[in-house]
Write a protein that binds this ligand. Structure first.
Ligand code: FMN
Length: 377
C-alpha cells in the first residue's frame, strides 16, 4: 500500500507533519512562501504582538559548535565542527500587526491548501491586555490564518506578564487561553516553556482553558559561554549579557522528556513536538511518544534560512521508515513508545529484592554490619 504523509491535526489537514516553527525562518512573507514551495506541511509565523519591539544591538542568534574528539565548545566559526546548539535573545516580530494582516491574507490566497498558523503574544496583567490577545486572534484569523499558536513561552521578556513568565503559571495560561478561545473560530495551540518544574501542570492549565493542542518546547533559558582568553561572554553587548534561549541538537533529549511527561498525562490530546529536530530519526522520537506534528527552527535557519533540504530529508526519511515497516500513515506508529517511559522503580535490577526505592529496607532485614573499628571504645 502507498504510504501517506498527510496528517490531520486539530481538525486541519497537513500535506505532511513537518512545520516551520515560529522564528526567523517565518518572519516574512517571502520566507513563508518559499517554505511552502520547499514542501513544509505548515508554517507558524514569527510571533506577532501589539507592542513595538526593539532588539539588542548586534547579533540576535549565534551557534555553539563542538570540535570532534575534543571537549572544546565555542561560537567561533571554524572548520570541521559539529553543531551543538543555537543561542538567541531575539524578541518577537518587530513588525506590527497591521504589517502582518495583509501578508497573511496574501500568503493564504497564494497557498489556500497549506496550513498557516499565526503565533501571537500579548500581556496578561489586565482586562485590556486580554483584549489585546483577542484583537490579535481576530485580526489574524480574519486574514485567513488556519490556527493560532499562543506564545506563552518566550524566555527573554522583561515584562512579568508575558512569555515564559506567564507560561510558568497554570492559572494565567488558562485565563489567556480562555480569552482567545472566546473569540477564536480556528484551532488554538498553546506553546509552552520547558522552564518549569512539572510541565504537566501548565499543559493542564492550557487544556482547561480550551486549548486544542500544546506545542512544546520553546528554547531553554541559558547563557552564552565565557571565552577563557578574553574573559568575555562569547555573545555580549558592551560586555553585558542576559538570559537567552538554547535550541538545536542539545535540547532534543530534554524536549523529548517534556513531551513524554505530557503525552502520558494526556494521551488523548494533540501535541506538536519541537526541539532539536534536524532529521527524521529525531522527529520519530516525538511521533512515537504521541505527537501529531513536529516543528523545526535551528536546523532550518542553517539551511538556506528556511530549510529546503531539511524538509525534503524529513519527508524522504518518513517515507523510507514507513515503507520498511509497512506503516501506511502516521497513525500506525503515533504513540507506539509512549508507555515505555516508567517510574525508576519499574526498571529491572539484578537484585530486585534488595531494592527499596531509595528507602530503608522493610523491618526484619539483617542489620548492616558495622566496620570493625567502629565498634571499638
Ligand atoms: C532566533 C530565534 C527566534 C525565535 N523566535 C520565536 C518566536 O518569535 N516565537 C516563538 O514561539 N518561538 C521562537 N523561537 C523558538 C523556536 O520556535 C523553537 O521553539 C526553538 O528554537 C526550539 O526548536 P529548535 O531546536 O528546532 O531550534 C525562536 C528561536 C530562535 C532560535
Amino acid at each position: 500500500m502507498a504510504v501517506q504523509l498527510d496528517v490531520k491535526f486539530t481538525g486541519l489537514r497537513f500535506d505532511n507533519p513537518f512545520l516551520l516553527a515560529s522564528a526567523p525562518p517565518t518572519e516574512s512573507e517571502g520566507n513563508i512562501m518559499r517554505a511552502f514551495d520547499a514542501g513544509w506541511g505548515g508554517v507558524v509565523t514569527k510571533t506577532i504582538g501589539l507592542h513595538p519591539v526593539v532588539n539588542v544591538a548586534g547579533p540576535k542568534t549565534k551557534f555553539l559548535r563542538a570540535t570532534p574528539d575534543s571537549p572544546h565548545l565555542s561560537m567561533e566559526k571554524r572548520a570541521g565542527t559539529a553543531l551543538h546548539s543555537s543561542w538567541n535573545w531575539e524578541l518577537i516580530s518587530d513588525k506590527p500587526l497591521d504589517w502582518w494582516v495583509p501578508r497573511i491574507a496574501r500568503i493564504k490566497r497564494a497557498y489556500p491548501s497549506r496550513v498557516l498558523v499565526a503565533s501571537i503574544m500579548a500581556g496578561s496583567g489586565s482586562d485590556e491586555e486580554l483584549g489585546h490577545w483577542q484583537t490579535l486572534a481576530q485580526e489574524c484569523q480574519g486574514a485567513g490564518a488556519d490556527a493560532l499558536e499562543l506564545n506563552l513561552s518566550c524566555p527573554h521578556m522583561d515584562r512579568k506578564d508575558m512569555g515564559s513568565n506567564i507560561g510558568k503559571d497554570e492559572a494565567q495560561i488558562s485565563i489567556v487561553t480562555q480569552a482567545v478561545k472566546a473569540v477564536a473560530r480556528v484551532p488554538v495551540w498553546a506553546k509552552l516553556t520547558p522552564s518549569t518544574t512539572d510541565i504537566v501542570v501548565e499543559a493542564r492549565g492550557a487544556f482547561l482553558g480550551g486549548a486544542d493542542a500544546v506545542s512544546s518546547s520553546n528554547t531553554f533559558p541559558s547563557l552564552p559561554l565565557i571565552d577563557a582568553t578574553t574573559l568575555e561572554f562569547e555573545l555580549n553587548v558592551d560586555g553585558l549579557v542576559s538570559s537567552g534561549g538554547l535550541g538545536g541538537p542539545a535540547i532534543l533529549p530534554q524536549s523529548v522528556a517534556k513531551i513524554a511527561q505530557m503525552t502520558q498525562a494526556f494521551p488523548d490530546k494533540a501535541f506538536s513536538g519541537i526541539g532539536g529536530i534536524s532529521e527524521f530519526s529525531h522527529a520519530l522520537n516525538y511521533f512515537l511518544l504521541g505527537c501529531g506534528t513536529v516543528q523545526v527552527c535551528t536546523a532550518a535557519m542553517l539551511d538556506h534560512a528556511i530549510g529546503p533540504n531539511v524538509v525534503q530529508a524529513l519527508m524522504a526519511g518518513m517515507r523510507r521508515a514507513m515503507e520498511q515497516r509497512d506503516w501506511t500513515s502516521l497513525e500506525d506508529f503515533r504513540g507506539l513508545r509512549r508507555d515505555r517511559v516508567v517510574a525508576h522503580s519499574r526498571i529491572r535490577r539484578p537484585d530486585a529484592a534488595g531494592y527499596h526505592g531509595g528507602y530503608d529496607g522493610a523491618e526484619g532485614y539483617a542489620a548492616t554490619e558495622q566496620p570493625a573499628d567502629a565498634t571499638k571504645s
